[in-house]
Design a protein around this ligand. Structure first.
Ligand SMILES: *[C@@H]1O[C@H](CO)[C@@H](O)[C@H](O)[C@H]1NC(C)=O
Ligand SMILES: *[C@@H]1O[C@H](CO)[C@@H](O)[C@H](O)[C@H]1NC(C)=O
Ligand SMILES: *[C@@H]1O[C@H](CO)[C@@H](O)[C@H](O)[C@H]1NC(C)=O
Ligand SMILES: *[C@@H]1O[C@H](CO)[C@@H](O)[C@H](O)[C@H]1NC(C)=O
Ligand SMILES: *[C@@H]1O[C@H](CO)[C@@H](O)[C@H](O)[C@H]1NC(C)=O
Length: 379
């Protein structure tokens, strides 16, 4: 008992220390546009975090170095399972009915076991429903499909726009999907407008995706905002097929282009120097058709890193695009680290792309990048 309360006080003591030590970038560096300074600040900040983490492990062994988010541990302790099967053998026949059955502001993790099948449904997981998990069968993952586009007229008589075109929209925190296929089948015709067609939009924070596939053309995966983790996923599209301003780690993913001409894999929208937003791709594979940029700068301070990734020949030698706005060249942060394959040849890269050093890459190449220790749970 005594030692337990000792650790409890120790943790309470560590919290203010954390807040103090992890100052935001803008406090440490006032010249926000100077990204060299930012780069070294980021390396230092990562070291500080790692050190604090190591200290908390040695001083509080009971926590095994992981201090899981309190709300999440409670939700995890009281989890419930609901099954969805189209043939009537589960609790519900549709995913939407199952989601509607969850009480608003629920505090338990709700695992929806989705039986194999093609679910033609438009799904919204509202902000009031945190801790929802969609769990499919790894040998026969269920598909949620739709074909809305930005220009389709909504129930209010107005065009849906990109945001509402998503087949699956998640506004809730602590969302998890395992062995699921998310699809938007709207065809993409080059040169036409309003054809953004999102398969999945994730706007909640602390969301994880394992063994999932995302199929679409223009704007497949709207990695809108929050901390996100993708593992062993297949993501396919043509134009800007991963976009938004999430702070996300993609590990072990296959990014597959179906572009016919020139397109961009990512459009990352970090729009100010104080945002901790950016996409990090690690141990992944870039394949497919057309010619692609690894990223184009949707935001002035767009941030994307590729590490240990195989890039096939479809990657344009220039690698990155400033979307025709040269003022972004000194603000964006596009880094590459230990990538391989014909598309990773750095000779023709734009001068403002970077090969990262070991220490510069460190902050991006682990689940620490998304503060995973506090919220990633075994799927
Ligand atoms: C859920 O929480 C929100 C925000 O705290 C509150 O406004 C709302 O009334 C709650 N809804 C229910 C059904 O408890
Ligand atoms: C209903 O679907 C489930 C899951 O796909 C399957 O295991 C089961 O055999 C089906 N039952 C009937 C009666 O078709
Ligand atoms: C979208 O799918 C529906 C249902 O399959 C179909 O009726 C409709 O024609 C499709 N719309 C477009 C634009 O392809
Ligand atoms: C992911 O898929 C693999 C098979 O490809 C399977 O072995 C593994 O259990 C799946 N992961 C989860 C979390 O279900
Ligand atoms: C990289 O590209 C340059 C210019 O196109 C070429 O000369 C060089 O051989 C390439 N390097 C590799 C390792 O393929």
């Amino acid at each position: 008992m005594a030692s337990k309360s000792y650790y409890f006080h120790l943790i309470l003591f560590l919290i203010p220390l954390f807040n103090f030590s992890l100052k935001s970038y803008s406090q440490d560096v006032d010249r926000a546009s100077d990204y060299d300074k930012w780069l070294s600040w980021n390396v230092q900040n990562h070291r500080r975090k790692a050190l604090l983490q190591a200290e908390s492990i040695t001083q509080a062994p009971a926590s095994f170095g992981r201090v899981l988010d309190d709300k999440l541990s409670k939700a995890e302790m009281n989890k419930v399972r609901i099954s969805v099967s189209q043939n009537g053998t589960g609790h519900f026949r549709t995913i939407r009915e199952a989601i509607d059955s969850i009480p608003p502001n629920n505090t338990r993790r709700v695992i929806l076991e989705i039986k194999p099948g093609v679910y033609r449904e438009k799904i919204v997981v509202p902000r009031t429903l945190p801790f929802v998990t969609l769990l499919g069968d790894s040998t026969n993952p269920p598909t949620i499909t739709g074909n809305d586009t930005a220009s389709v007229t909504g129930t209010d008589g107005k065009p849906l726009k990109t945001f509402q075109s998503a087949t699956v929209s998640v506004d809730a925190n602590y969302f998890v999907a395992i062995n699921m296929v998310f699809e938007n089948t709207a065809p993409h015709v080059i040169g036409s407008v309003g054809e953004q067609a999102v398969a999945l939009r994730i706007s909640g924070t602390k969301a994880a995706f394992y063994n999932c596939s995302f199929y679409g053309a223009q704007d497949t995966l709207y990695d809108h905002k929050g901390l996100h983790y993708f593992n062993n996923c297949f993501i396919q599209g043509s134009v800007d097929f991963i976009f938004g301003y999430g702070r996300s780690l993609y590990e072990n993913c296959n990014l597959n282009s179906v572009a016919k001409k020139v397109a961009s894999l990512t459009a990352q929208k970090r729009s100010s120097s104080s945002l901790e937003s950016g996409f990090s791709f690690k141990d992944s594979v870039v394949t497919g058709s057309g010619m692609i940029y690894l990223g184009r700068a949707w935001g002035d301070y767009s941030r994307v890193v590729f590490s240990y990734t195989f890039m096939d020949k479809l990657v344009r030698p220039q690698g990155w695009s400033d979307w025709g706005k040269p003022n972004r060249d000194t603000r964006v942060f596009y880094g590459e680290y230990k990538c391989s394959g014909p598309g990773a040849n750095f000779t023709g890269r734009v001068p403002w792309a970077r090969i990262l050093t070991d220490e510069e890459a460190q902050p991006f190449i682990g689940t620490h990048y998304v503060d995973g220790d506090t919220w990633l749970i075994t799927p």
